[in-house]
Design a protein around this ligand. Structure first.
Ligand code: PFF
Length: 467
């Protein structure tokens, strides 16, 4: 597209949009349950170390590549990589990955929207029935909800960077913070809530095993939206004088704070409404937590705060998760949109339309793979197990490719773009960054152990998952 590249209108707008991408289902549900089951405070400490020691430098790399190149990820890899075929391949990977992750995230967002609608109409008894979820994800109404979610994402992205993405983030993120705090206050004032807080926070270092460490790092990486080309794309919409290190710190801090605070909502709620909870029986899957476990808790709430009160709390919860999911979905969808605009010279409208159609086809295939269509339900089989279309998208793109993309960006900035250029880009607009210990740390870590760790995770995942 000709003309000047679109830009965020303000620093806070950029930070809210990037934080909107980072804060998602992973923070609100995945993190609290993972932390509670895997060592409480000990997990928290380890997670925080991973966020700042491993993920923050990768985030800075992504943002600075985007800002420097002023292009989508493929364009950035091409420009800085001087069109070397293997770096172009890395560029392609960082376009395909977000598109495919967007597909499965879209399906989950549609489920959340369905539950939000049911909660608003007060149908908690129905939501809490054991087979409601499996019936719902295989029902034709799902496609109506899908149309609405696609429509919302379309409308936001159609507005462009400043009038669409930034405006939505400025509206949705503060509302999300307020709803989260409101729910935490409500939950903490209920009976037995403190048992949940204790369970969440008391450290148990004996639980920190190798798989838990691996899981915590993957969770941190996913939670910060790394390896998806998102922060690179958003970075291409900021001013050359913007302070990348500080913005990245703020995004990482906000994301971690929201994840931590969500734990003060989820665990006390579980313990308060179900004092006999056996912690080891909590499922680690966010899906079963959101769609089967929590609806039972909302129903139980009716006996203490009445029908309307319980519906209001449930609606608020699903609205909170929905807002978090929408800002993430918008950010991930913007990556291929930017790529079509930059690489194929398309207008935003045609890029959105082309990808929207493709996305709906893929999301429908995913949605049909839960039993509706046999060929999609047992699409292929690996590691001795039949896998659905949804499973493959999830396993390959979310669980496997993300650390590989992280590895590639580290090697790219340090050895293709070169250390000195990367450093100069980070210093640009960030006077206070020069000569700091963080600068020295980023310099050493991104060229050595961070890519090494990400490569080990990638190889290990491939070995464990597919053979
Ligand atoms: N940070 C998001 C989360 O924790 O849920 C990760 C994410 C997922 C971002 C999917 C964007 C997305 F489409």
């Amino acid at each position: 597209m000709s003309g000047a590249r679109e830009q965020f209108g303000s620093r806070i707008g950029f930070i809210l949009a990037a934080a909107g991408s980072a804060v998602g289902i992973g923070n609100l549900v995945g993190f609290p349950v993972g932390a509670a089951k895997n060592g409480g405070g000990a997990f928290l400490l380890m997670y925080a170390i991973f966020v700042f020691a491993i993920c923050l430098p990768v985030m800075m790399a992504e943002m600075s590549v985007g800002r420097h190149a002023g292009k989508d990820p493929l364009g950035a890899y091409k420009a800085i990589g001087k069109n070397a075929p293997h770096w172009n391949l890395a560029g392609w990977l960082s376009i395909i990955t977000p598109f495919m992750i967007a597909v499965f995230y879209m399906v989950i967002t549609v489920w959340i929207f369905g539950y939000l609608s049911a909660a608003v109409t007060g149908d908690l008894a129905e939501l809490a029935k054991p087979d409601t979820f499996s019936t719902f994800i295989n029902s034709p109404t799902l496609f109506i909800y899908m149309a609405v979610v696609v429509g919302i994402v379309y409308l936001i992205l159609q507005g462009g960077v400043k009038e669409g993405i930034e405006k939505a983030a400025k509206l949705l993120m503060p509302s999300l913070f307020v709803m989260l705090i409101g729910l935490v206050i409500f939950v903490l004032t209920q009976d037995n809530a403190m048992a949940g807080v204790e369970f969440y926070l008391i450290p148990d270092f004996s639980k920190i095993t190798a798989p838990v460490i691996n899981g915590a790092l993957s969770q941190a990486f996913f939670s910060l939206s790394l390896g998806m080309g998102i922060l690179l794309t958003y970075g291409s919409y900021i001013d050359k004088r913007a302070d990348v290190p500080n913005s990245a710190k703020l995004v990482a801090l906000t994301d971690t704070a929201v994840a931590f605070t969500a734990g003060l909502m989820i665990l006390p709620a579980i313990f308060s409404f179900n004092p006999d909870t056996n912690p080891s029986e909590l499922s680690e899957s966010s899906i079963s937590m959101i769609f089967t476990y929590l609806p039972e808790i909302f129903l139980a709430l009716q006996s203490s705060i009445g029908y309307l009160g319980a519906s209001a709390v449930a609606s608020l919860f699903f609205l909170l998760v929905f807002f978090a999911a929408i800002t993430s979905l918008v950010s991930i969808f913007e990556v291929p949109v930017a790529a079509l605009m930059d690489e194929k010279d398309m207008s935003r409208k045609s890029a959105l339309f082309t990808l929207g159609v493709l996305m709906i086809v893929m999301a429908v295939l995913c949605a049909l793979s839960f039993g509706y269509v046999d060929a999609l339900t047992s699409f292929v089989s690996y590691a001795g197990q039949p896998k659905s279309f949804f499973d493959i998208v999830y396993d390959v793109f979310y669980e496997t490719i993300l650390p590989l993309n992280g590895f590639l960006i580290c090697i790219f900035v340090m050895y293709r773009w070169k250390k000195a250029n990367f450093n100069a880009a980070l210093e640009q607009g960030a006077e206070s960054y020069k000569g700091t210990w963080l600068e020295k740390y980023v310099d050493v870590s991104v060229s050595t152990f961070i890519p090494a760790i990400l490569l080990v995770i990638f190889v290990n995942t491939v070995a464990v998952k597919y053979f």
